[in-house]
Design a protein around this ligand. Structure first.
Ligand code: UDP
Length: 235
């Protein structure tokens, strides 16, 4: 298969049907714009299984996504979309860059979810932008942005519900949207412990990529635990 694109965590291959794409989840973990890098056995498998389970759940709940089906432990078949270069972030609890930027204590509950946008550009270090920037720079139309915002908040509610059943608190997460050939904006990319902050509901223990970013150890044990809990919650 022809490799179309290689990112930090995934490879995208061309399919015979040009409306589809074959996604391979790699074992690489990166942080701080690729400055910190490590290979972890089974990471690709955990993230593929977690993303597949979550996208199947979102589809069942009426959210249209690029996901078609899981093919094997590390690969999935998806609709071929053009990724909109925005990192769409939703926060329920203060953590990470928000804590740092505003001098807030990590763990502070927000009165309402915060919707944030970053311009996806590694060279510029994904700068934070506002709604006007996104439209004025031609990244999205006003209408597309409204769809993204509405979908992001619906997805936040659905994910919070699913994770809570798994005894996990959804602190914050990043999603990406893509455009189909017909111009429809749908959820794409992945939803995994790489892209969500997940804390144990009883102990506040971190079960996400912060274990890698902050050298807390037991990184894959945490990803495996998230998958185990999600599977249990489903059954
Ligand atoms: N995030 C991500 N990819 C990025 C930046 C952030 O998946 O390139 C996720 C991150 O895992 C967290 C949320 O988005 O769940 C908010 O991240 P934050 O802005 O706090 O940045 P960080 O502290 O990760 O630099």
């Amino acid at each position: 298969m022809k490799l179309l694109y290689e990112g930090k965590a995934k490879q995208l291959f061309e399919c015979e049907n040009k409306d589809e794409i074959y996604v391979h989840y790699k074992n690489s973990a990166t942080a701080f714009n690729g400055e910190k890098k490590e290979e972890f056995d089974f990471k690709g498998s955990f993230n593929n299984n977690i993303t597949s389970l979550i996208f199947e759940y979102l589809e069942r709940e009426g959210v249209e996504t690029h996901f078609i089906k899981k093919i094997n432990e590390t690969d999935q078949l998806c609709k071929h979309v053009k990724i909109i270069p925005l990192e769409v972030i939703v926060r329920n609890i203060v953590a990470g860059s928000m804590a740092k930027k505003y001098g807030l204590e990590e763990g502070t509950k927000l009165i309402k979810p915060v919707f944030e946008l970053s311009y996806k550009n590694d060279e510029l270090n994904d700068p934070l932008i506002n709604d006007d920037h996104a439209v004025a720079l031609g990244i999205v139309t006003e209408e597309e942005l409204n769809i993204i915002k509405k979908q992001a908040l619906i997805i936040n509610n659905l994910l919070q519900k699913l994770y809570l059943k798994s005894n996990l608190i959804l602190v914050d997460f990043k999603i990406e949207f893509g455009k189909t050939k017909s111009g429809k904006v749908i959820l794409a990319d992945e939803i995994s412990p790489d892209t969500c902050r997940l804390w144990d509901v009883n102990t506040n223990e971190k079960l996400d990529k912060d274990r890698f970013r902050r050298d807390l150890g037991s990184v894959m044990e945490a990803y495996e635990e998230v998958l185990r809990r999600l599977k249990n919650a489903k059954s």
